[in-house]
Write a protein that binds this ligand. Sequence first.
Ligand code: UD1
Ligand code: CA
Length: 466
Amino acid sequence: MLKENVVKSPINVLILAAGLGTRMKSDQAKVLHKIGSHPLIAHVLRTAAQLDPENIFVVVGHQAEKVEELSLASLDAASAEKLRFVLQAEQKGTGHAVKCAVEALKQARGLLLVFYGDTPAVKAETLRELIAEHERGHRAATLITIRIENPPTYGRIIRDAKGDFLKIIEERDCTPAERAITELNPGFYCFDIPALLEALEKLTPHNAQNEYYLTDVPQLMLEAGLPVGAVLHEDSGELDGINTRAELAAMWKRLRRETLDRLMAAGVTIVDPETIYIDGTVEIGRDTIIHPQVIIEGNSRIGGNCEIHSWSHLTNVDIGDGCRVLNSCVLVDCKLTARNSVGPFAHLRMKAELAEEAVVGNFVEVKKSKLGRRTKSMHLAYLGDATLGDRVNIGAGTITCNYDGKQKHETIIEDDVKIGSDTMLVAPVTVGRGSVSGAGSVITKDVPPDSLVAGVPAQVKKKLKE
Ligand code: UD1
Ligand code: CA
């Protein structure tokens, strides 16, 4: 397809997200349900932001505060500034939802793209094509249609004998003959704003649900003598709206597959696509291998030549090149710089950071701590609120006693220190560079550099170097 999608008018987007979603059988607003670690609203907002619109209007209603909070959190600062929330206190239909935004829309320039917050798979390219098609046709409204042989409960597209668009009829309002129509409305519309505002004034709720239907707007425009067009989109699955939990699960499968295909095309080995769960927001470098049953979520970045082994769960991680995460690790909000090895059974969280070639082994928890270059903690340790220098070795069973019941305290372990097995570091405490602690030491006082400490509580026994 060589159509050029050069868009001239400023773009505004309006997303309808006020409904509860009765068919989800949930106390939670539909757009808050998640696919991967992101709510539905985040998926559509990120796609909308790719169009570089002037404004992104979001009509909120059910759990408005939560929807607003997660909307803001889903975008970078520049895009989040474009969000304009409009409250629809009572849900009287999709047309009513757009009516609630009238005052805000009067301030907007250019054209308006409207779609629903429950369609997370839509691609920015499809929306760009719709806008380009709208501009080419100089219309008051352009909408996308799809074709499905056994039509779901979507609005039916009615065309005249020449094949020109006439109107949309909601499934509930269809005659049996209309219900048999396989060209459907997936709910993506591009409008000329003044024409939309005029048509909204004429909307009535005379239908099976006594609601104001946005789907009546194109017909009202035609009746006013304005041009309306409808273009068929081949991939109907991309535009699916989610109404039930089963559709939610099917959509997650589709989006996962898209992400895995993108990663594999970029040179990542995905050992078993059926069991690997990776959010669309994740970036992974080439020649990295992801083993079965791995979950990678959030804003995670993994470099090249890494290996992530089975049953590990990574959330918001920043992992450099050549790192290995062994089986059954939990990594949250942490950074591996390069050539690090972690696990099996390690837990890194709250800005844990490993410098180049640092190693964290079996049953080690690292919280809000930094490990310097080539520093190792191989077995059974808790490192919390600690800063470790380069080439430090932490013996098995070592614990930073960082919490006195009221406050957290810091531990500093300088370069080239060797902490013996089962050492308790009672923070705040500093162990000077080159020092060694004997097995089972309880260190309650700062240790000067190049000292051997041992005992309970540990005492300086002798100077190792003068
Ligand atoms: C809608 C379309 C239908 C289309 C289908 C595609 C209408 C009247 N019908 O039906 O033609 O085939 O989508 O998925 O538009 N919402 C509000 N406020 C309201 C009502 C709905 O914000 O008062 C929001 C919902 O949160 C949801 C979206 O609009 O995100 C769509 O609502 P929904 O009830 O799912 O519409 P459908 O019945 O699926
Ligand atoms: Ca729907």
